[in-house]
Design a protein around this ligand. Structure first.
Ligand SMILES: *Cc1c(COP(=O)(O)O)cnc(C)c1O
Length: 498
């Protein structure tokens, strides 16, 4: 059975999985969605004892139907190998009554590795399948973690050229160092004088620019995206929710058929949407707790039915969630609108022109699987400190946002069910904020000095990803204004031709 994908803004646009992965974004600016959300072809309890790679295959084959078994298995085995520092790939840690699903054991110690370690393989396989002989230029906007994970994934992958844009003052010191030290003949890193939304808008505009597309094609290039708007990012993220549930069963922590709640620190809405897809596939899940930081545009949306980006952009200690335009929400909205692509397009056009849209009460009711909350900077800090004091377990700022919102939900709903919290980054990636939360005396210390301290405090060995950037050379120092992104891309590509 073949599964096709269509654009959220034009249901007549119908492509295969490999075409959707290659394109990234539909040419009408919409996002690719499967025509139907597939079910797992076996019961979750029958997957007990399986490893990550086996479960990955069971999930992904339902979505990527035009890949052969051999191709898909090869992608999976190249992706989920010793780049991860544990064979479990995504271990579960029980602390203070919640299950933390640690998604940060890959090469760049954030959850983006879960999908970006496989995307280059999916994309190059897709290119072969579709007889694409142009060089694929991967344009990526990053709030800090996607950039490094994409760079690591695509470095020196033949037939690809990678350009990452990050907000100059919007990422942590460790995140920035990770990116500007990236090796590889096909990678470029550009700091923009703007925030993440500016970076993402700039990249989207280039995708929609037909003239630029034509010009690039003449030089043997085509664009694709490594952002979570690419379906090749989203689907690999469904895997770890299925895996987590299977492990809860296997460890006797959940009873057969018992529904669990999932709390996700949310920015672009990719991770939490993947959890929702897992439920549609048949994993027993109850509600999805969407956790925001002080950029609480999603919280307001779920509370009121109005999405309104007209507000101040806050820089927080959880920078990977400093986002006001949450791209993947479009995929959920499309479902809630009864897969009405005209209506979706209308709302997205409103978002673009007015910065805001409102859904009807009926549509809002279809989103009842989602609960939302947010954590202030103080609440985030307090959560890290309290959890550490009680259990010795150290979590990063993003995970802390979800942990806080999850415990608030638990209290207010008096729901004593099981809670899975997506732990999206290693505390090492945000060492300064994490250490300052644990002990205020660290407030003024240097971020890099604190890495050693964090090792003492957490008892968790410093990851390889941190060790290797400590004295690595700075290889990238390009900066540009928000309105110069297209020019920068042209300059980079031209320099490659010489
Ligand atoms: C990207 C990121 C998030 C947000 O995930 P989305 O899929 O964009 O909602 C949360 N935490 C960390 C550490 C991230 O890197």
């Amino acid at each position: 059975m073949s599964l096709y994908y269509k654009s959220t803004r034009n249901s007549k646009l119908r492509v295969t999985a490999s075409e959707a992965i290659l394109k990234g974004l539909a040419s009408d600016g919409g996002l690719f969605v499967p025509e139907e959300l597939p079910k797992l072809d076996r019961a979750v309890e029958d997957m007990k004892g399986m490893n990550y790679q086996e479960i990955a295959y069971i999930v992904m084959k339902q979505f990527f139907t035009d890949f052969t078994e051999e191709e898909l298995k090869s992608c999976i085995h190249h992706a989920y190998d010793s780049k991860f520092d544990t064979e479990e790939i995504a271990p579960l840690v029980k602390a203070d009554g919640m299950y933390y699903l640690e998604l940060f054991h890959g090469a760049t110690i954030a959850f983006k590795d879960m999908a970006l370690s496989i995307l280059p393989y999916l994309m190059t396989t897709a290119a072969k399948k579709n007889h694409v002989d142009q060089k694929i230029v991967i344009l990526t906007a990053t709030s800090g973690d996607t950039g490094k994970a994409a760079l690591a994934g695509f470095a020196d992958v033949e037939g690809t050229q990678m350009i990452v844009f990050y907000p100059k003052n919007g990422v942590s010191k460790v995140q920035e160092r990770q990116m500007v030290t990236q090796k590889g003949g096909n990678v470029n890193v550009v700091a923009i004088h703007g925030n993440f939304d500016d970076a993402q808008n700039g990249v989207k505009a280039m995708f929609e620019n037909k003239e630029l597309e034509k010009e690039l094609a003449e030089h043997g290039y085509r664009f694709s995206s490594a952002n979570s708007i690419n379906i090749g990012r989203l689907i690999p993220q469904v895997v770890y929710y299925v895996y987590a549930y299977v492990k809860l069963l296997e460890y006797g922590e959940a009873a057969q058929g018992e529904k669990i709640n999932v709390a996700v620190p949310t920015g672009n809405f990719g991770n939490i949407l993947a959890a929702y897809y897992a439920k549609q596939m048949g994993v027993p899940m109850d509600r999805f707790i969407c956790a925001s930081n002080e950029n609480k545009v999603l919280y307001d949306f779920f509370e009121t039915g109005s999405y309104d980006r007209n507000r101040e952009f806050m820089l927080t200690t959880s920078p990977s969630m400093d986002i006001l335009i949450s791209s993947n929400l479009e995929r959920l909205l499309y479902l809630a609108l009864g897969e009405d692509s005209e209506k979706t397009k209308e709302l997205m056009t409103e978002l673009k022109s007015k910065g805001k849209y409102t859904v009807t009460e009926e549509v809002k009711e279809r989103l009842a699987d989602f609960a939302a909350g947010y954590a202030t900077e103080e609440e985030t800090e307090e959560t890290i400190r309290a959890l550490y004091d009680r259990t010795g377990y150290v979590i990063d700022t993003h995970t802390a946002v979800a942990s806080y919102v999850c415990s608030q939900y638990k209290k207010s709903e008096k729901d004593n069910g099981k809670y899975l919290v997506a732990a999206t980054a290693s505390p090492y990636k945000f060492a300064k904020s994490v250490m300052a939360a644990i002990d205020g005396n660290y407030e003024t210390a240097d971020e890099f000095e604190l890495l050693e301290k964090l090792q003492e405090v957490s008892g968790v060995e410093m990851p390889q990803a941190i060790k290797e950037i400590l004295d690595a050379d700075i290889l990238h120092d390009t900066e540009c204004g928000v309105d110069q992104m297209e020019r920068t891309v042209r300059t980079i590509l031209r320099s490659k031709e010489e």
